[in-house]
Design a protein around this ligand. Structure first.
Ligand SMILES: *Cc1c(COP(=O)(O)O)cnc(C)c1O
Length: 406
């Protein structure tokens, strides 16, 4: 992979007409290790956030040896980079054949469930293969309530009363029992974790069963841009948030249990930016060569303001004006689909024009894995970049881009 100091260097050297991904392995290593050292439990990287081999390989080389996986392809991807890795199979609803593969072929011994029928599926394999239930930990996934850019308890999780029954049933069958929750993604309200912990404490006290671990899931927010016209949200720094949650867990009586966390977004968001090109400018609208069907769907669904940096084409006449007024542009994606318009504007100099590039920062989470081939556009070119996005000069249009722990 070609290596550059900054995305600007890459853009000016390669003059890419297709989106160009700028991968920063040093940033990825730093963010992963910052979380790992701040969290006093087992950290499992959530593979679905970004399962690209180069990302997983970089994490494995940095010593990350535990992965939250949800499918056979994710089992294989994690083991391909780390043959000894521990895999936590945290998808609550699974195919019978996938459970068999997990237990038999991959030796997975940690599985999440939120319904008795999932226990029955697991039991079928355990009995058929004569496995020892006490070597398997089943985590009961609790439903949670709260605010996140993505609310995930609409789909998964057992209500507290039901969770108590599941915990008791699992214990009676001889499995080890854990409690887990996943509060959503890009969670900016710490109260969400507190409510989940309160619910876990209630289930624990009602069930009266020895627990093996508490898994607090993912959801830790990453740093993005902020819209100057909106109320500024202060995001907790990752290390501070982790310390708060751990203290809260102790207050709810979980100080005696091993903790597990499954961070995704906060590990990978900063390690990737994409350099896109302006194809057309119509007043305050920019048409770019990427969009919601390629790298940018997460910002669209999650209504996330992405930090963007103008990289004017030095060959363009007339040149972009230095120190130009920064204005909001509506950003239209590459496909012919009319929903392919970003939900948040980019703040960029007014003189930006056709042929200029924009570096969009912090897109490492839920970007590469959500690319589609829709309309024939599928960006897939990578370069390595050594300077962190926010260190490569000011980000136009953002008074400051919040930097977070690590
Ligand atoms: C998606 C997911 C994660 C990772 O979530 P982030 O918000 O990216 O940290 C963790 N655990 C489970 C069960 C998930 O589904």
């Amino acid at each position: 992979m070609d290596r550059f100091e900054t995305a600007r260097d890459a853009a000016y050297k390669l003059r890419p007409d297709q989106p160009l991904y700028c991968f920063r392995p040093s940033v990825l290593r730093a963010d992963a290790l910052a979380f790992k050292s701040a969290f006093p439990g087992r950290m499992a990287y959530a593979v679905k956030t970004n399962g690209e081999p180069l990302v997983l390989r970089t994490l494995a080389e940095a010593g990350i040896d535990c992965f939250d996986v949800a499918s056979p392809a994710e089992f294989a991807a994690a083991r391909a980079v780390s043959p000894q890795a521990e895999l936590l199979y945290m998808h609550p609803v699974k195919a019978q054949s996938d459970i068999r593969l997990a237990l038999e072929t991959y030796g997975i011994r940690v599985i999440a469930i939120d319904h008795e029928d999932e226990i029955a599926k697991i039991l079928r394999i355990v009995r058929a293969r004569d496995l020892a239930p006490e070597e398997i930990t089943l985590f009961v996934r609790l439903a949670t309530r709260g605010h996140a850019a993505y609310e995930l308890s609409k789909k998964f999780g057992a209500a507290p009363g039901h969770a108590v029954e599941l915990v008791e049933r699992i214990a009676k069958l001889g499995f080890k029992v854990g409690l887990c929750f996943h509060v959503g993604s890009q969670v900016e309200d710490t109260g969400t974790y507190e409510r989940a912990l309160a619910s876990a404490a209630w289930v624990r006290s009602r069930a009266g069963v020895d627990l093996a671990a508490l898994d607090i899931g993912g959801g830790f927010p990453a740093a993005y841009g902020s819209d100057p016209r909106r109320k500024q949200v202060v995001r907790p720094e990752t290390v501070v948030l982790i310390a708060d949650i751990v203290r809260e867990a102790e207050e709810w009586g979980f100080g005696d249990l091993p903790l597990v966390a499954e961070p995704g977004r906060v590990i990978v968001a900063r390690c990737l930016s994409v350099v896109v090109r302006v194809l057309l400018k119509k007043g305050r609208r920019l048409y770019i060569n990427d969009g919601i069907w390629s790298s940018l769907s997460d910002s669209w669904t999650g209504k996330i303001t992405l930090p963007a940096r103008h990289l004017p084409d030095p060959a363009r006449r007339p040149r972009a004006v230095d120190g130009d007024t920064v204005v909001p542009f509506r950003v239209c994606g590459a496909t012919c689909d009319s929903v392919d318009i970003l939900s948040r504007p980019f703040y960029l100099p007014e003189s930006i024009g056709v042929g200029d590039w924009i570096e969009i920062g912090h897109i490492g989470a839920y970007s590469l894995s959500l690319r589609t081939h829709f309309n024939g556009f599928y960006p897939d070119r990578f370069v390595e970049v050594t300077t962190p996005f926010e260190a490569a000069g000011p980000v136009e249009g953002f008074a400051s881009i919040e930097t977070m722990g690590g």
